[in-house]
Design a protein around this ligand. Structure first.
Ligand SMILES: [Zn+2]
Length: 358
């Protein structure tokens, strides 16, 4: 925890102004290049997502064009238009920075924290959204019971995530919490009461450290890929879309207790301005994205970004065109396999992909 907090403190002590939004994401890094890589990746990803005809197509299109034009003004400032889609890595970087800037210090002030993971058995695609909705309800209900009936002054933050099992095409929505007052065991026992098919061994908690905080606030679609050898990224387009749809319009983060007083909005403003120290010497310039970098009218590149040497492969793009018969066959396969209960064995073999919905 402590390095991030030290970083925040360094930033704070440096000036009178609060740090700019993207400060944490930028700290000590080559930020324009990072931004260009995020833009490159977001375009590759959303191009694939756009091909499946999802109800979220409009959102994916916005993400495809996020930060398409950058306006350099006042010499060292850049203003650009953000899409606010959760499929967009550019916007997710801003979200992570906002969340960290807003919550880490107040969380630290709560004293010792515990990091809790609450799970339940995997669900099918068609069950995911309802399951997520129930998880949100269960957590608010548990918090209320702890506060009102047990008199525990519980404070903290909850975050929703989802992993997938690519072998069986099942989804694993779960909840992470940072909580005070050593009340992790209470959360687990209340969760089990409300989730009869959940197993005790699948619930976890530990004392929170820097990793748990970083883990909690990371907000990215990078985990949607399977990294294999040969510099190939395989994107499971179908599952990504299913998850984005299930969590669409739901709050990934929710605070409670003392932390509720702090208002940090998960949304990314349409226009964001950032300061950079390494911009070319122009007072005003428009930079337009093309393939791997932004260029001005003189064809000069802005970030000198080098296109990543990675091939993007999209898997599972055609599911929306499956016939009912095909779906039936697939479902029978899944049910049969589930019965055999070989899930865990097979998972190791197939190298499961961890998807975190941030
Ligand atoms: Zn965006």
């Amino acid at each position: 925890m402590l390095q991030v907090i030290e970083n925040i403190e360094k930033v704070k002590s440096r000036g009178k102004k609060p740090p700019p939004l993207d400060t944490l994401a930028q700290l000590g890094t080559d930020s324009l290049k990072k931004k260009a890589t995020s833009k490159w990746f977001t375009q590759k990803l959303t191009k694939e997502l756009l091909e499946i005809g999802s109800p979220l197509s409009k959102q994916y299109k916005r993400a495809y064009y996020c930060n398409q034009t950058l306006i350099q003004h006042d010499k060292n400032k850049i203003t650009s238009k953000y899409c606010n889609s959760r499929a967009c890595n550019l916007c997710n970087r801003i979200r992570t920075a906002k969340m960290m800037n807003g919550y880490i210090l107040p969380l630290k002030e709560l004293g010792d924290l515990q990091f809790v993971t609450l799970t339940e058995p995997n669900v099918k695609e068609s069950e995911l959204e309802e399951c997520v909705r129930n998880q949100i309800k269960k957590i608010s209900n548990i918090i209320e019971v702890l506060r009102k009936r047990r008199g525990i002054n519980v404070s903290g933050i909850r975050k929703l995530e989802c992993t997938i099992n690519i072998v069986f095409n099942t989804y694993h929505p779960h909840v992470h919490l940072l909580v005070n007052k050593n009340c992790a065991p209470e959360f687990i026992s209340e969760w089990l009461k409300r989730t009869p098919n959940a197993k005790l061994v699948a619930q976890h908690y530990k004392d929170a450290d820097q990793n748990s905080l970083n883990e909690l606030f990371k907000y990215t679609t990078k985990q949607y890929e399977i990294e294999t050898e040969n510099k190939t990224l395989e994107i499971n387009v179908r599952s990504l879309d299913v998850i984005l749809r299930a969590y669409n319009n739901k709050r990934t983060f929710q605070t409670f207790g003392e932390i509720r007083k702090i208002k940090v909005n998960e949304e990314v403003e349409e226009l964001e301005s950032q300061e950079y120290t390494d911009l070319p010497d122009y007072h005003y310039m428009e930079w337009e994205w093309k393939n791997k970098d932004w260029y001005n009218k003189y064809k000069e590149p802005l970030s000198n970004n080098i296109e990543p040497n990675i091939e993007i492969k999209a898997r599972n793009k055609t599911y929306m065109k499956w016939t009912e018969k095909e779906k039936g066959i697939r479902q029978k396969e899944i049910d049969r396999n589930n019965k055999k209960n070989k899930e865990n064995e097979l998972l190791k073999e197939y190298q499961s992909i961890k998807i975190k919905y941030k």
